[in-house]
Design a protein around this ligand. Structure first.
Ligand code: BGC
Length: 367
């Protein structure tokens, strides 16, 4: 596609039948492309949003490499993108939204049964796995110039978050993790002081931010020895490590594992103290076989009351928690998590991993 074709498009939805969208064919590796597709169907929701930005994450790389992902029923293609930021173009009268509002879209939708969790608004805890997810599982995502959304699944943001609002989705995942860590901790008298976070990508750094906001001593471990990551941890008032977990020199009250790398997970499991909580949020790739002494792990867990649990996705309550966390955070620190913003025409560059990347964002338009 020539550069000119990208530029001459009329950006208003009224005069257009088509829009550009970042699509894949689920199950077919390296099928990512930008296609002209019809404007979003009214059945996607009553609120029409003009896309501003889209964050790229590890799940998108799994989708692109055909390790994950499902197209909407009856379609071969899936519009990807679940880390959204947009501006309302049209909203129904009497809605809590109006034209010009800054919004992000909730990713998951309840299963149609619905199970007890989905029926109670906790679709992040779906019991039967029949939930759907925008840009991931059976629903088109937010990687298109316009998208539609149901009013109830659009979160309005303070305009002050316009530069960093694209971090809301990963922040919602961490808000849930922290919510559940707290619930588990409160099974007994619990006065945590330290959190160890493995992995200093966007998820690990947002975990660190929320740990700081909870008044904890924050420790972050990553294999990268210099550059933005150690600096961001230091700026947060945390301590940065590149050693192995067993050499950090203390026993953390809470561990948040964000790498998904088997040997790191095993080390965190072996490094829990009394009443310790290990929350797993990093999604591992398949086939990472590792020999473990389960007897020793079980013995320590039982005798020390430790808890290991996994956490995925987020419900509406967590999206509000994420919004509060971003509002309270230092904006320039948050902006530092976004290492690159690439215009849509550079989408191929955006999908290439660079060593100093933290969060890469595709820019659809400017507000
Ligand atoms: C997303 C979650 C989603 C999960 C599994 C993650 O990348 O942030 O919202 O539930 O993938 O599909």
């Amino acid at each position: 596609m020539s550069g000119e074709q990208w530029l001459v498009q009329d950006r208003s939805p009224q005069n257009r039948l088509q829009m550009k969208a970042l699509t894949i064919i689920p199950g077919k590796a390296n099928s990512a492309s930008v296609q002209d597709v019809p404007l979003p169907a009214a059945s996607d929701g009553s609120v029409l949003v003009k896309a501003l930005e889209l964050g790229i994450c590890g799940t998108d790389f799994e989708l692109i490499s055909a390790d994950y992902g499902w197209a909407p029923p009856g379609s071969q293609h899936l519009i990807i993108g679940h880390e959204s930021l947009g501006v309302v173009e049209e909203a129904p009268e009497n809605s809590h939204l109006k034209k010009g509002d800054l919004v992000v879209g909730i990713v998951r939708r309840p299963d149609p049964v619905p199970c007890a969790a989905c029926g109670g608004g906790q679709f992040d805890m779906c019991l039967n796995g029949k939930y759907t997810e925008r840009g991931i599982k059976e629903r088109n995502g937010f990687g298109s110039e316009f998208w539609r959304i149901e009013e109830d699944y659009a979160i309005r943001l303070d305009p002050g978050l316009c530069d960093v609002g694209v971090l809301m989705e990963p922040a919602s995942v961490l808000a849930k993790a922290w919510d559940h860590i707290t619930r588990i901790g409160e099974r007994a008298i619990w006065k945590p002081k330290t959190v160890l976070i493995t992995g200093a990508g966007p998820i690990g750094l947002l975990a660190a931010l929320m740990g700081k906001q909870r008044g904890l001593d924050v420790h972050v471990l990553d294999r990268v020895t210099d550059g933005k990551k150690p600096k961001l941890v230091e700026d947060l008032g945390g301590t940065y490590y590149t050693c192995s977990v067993k050499n950090v020199g203390f026993t953390p009250d809470i561990v948040i594992e964000c790498t998904g790398v088997a040997p790191v997970i095993a080390e965190t499991m072996a490094h829990l103290g009394n009443d310790g909580i290990l929350c797993l949020v990093g999604v591992s790739s398949h086939n990472q076989k590792l020999e473990l002494d389960l007897g020793t792990i079980n013995r320590a867990m039982v005798l020390e009351n430790s808890a290991i649990f996994g956490s995925v996705n987020a419900n509406k309550h967590h999206w509000q928690m994420a919004c509060d966390a971003l509002m309270k955070a230092d904006r320039s620190w948050l902006a530092g998590l976004i290492s690159r913003k690439e215009p849509l025409e550079n989408w191929q560059e955006a999908l290439k991993r660079r060593p100093d990347d933290i969060k890469v964002v595709i820019q659809f338009s400017k507000n």
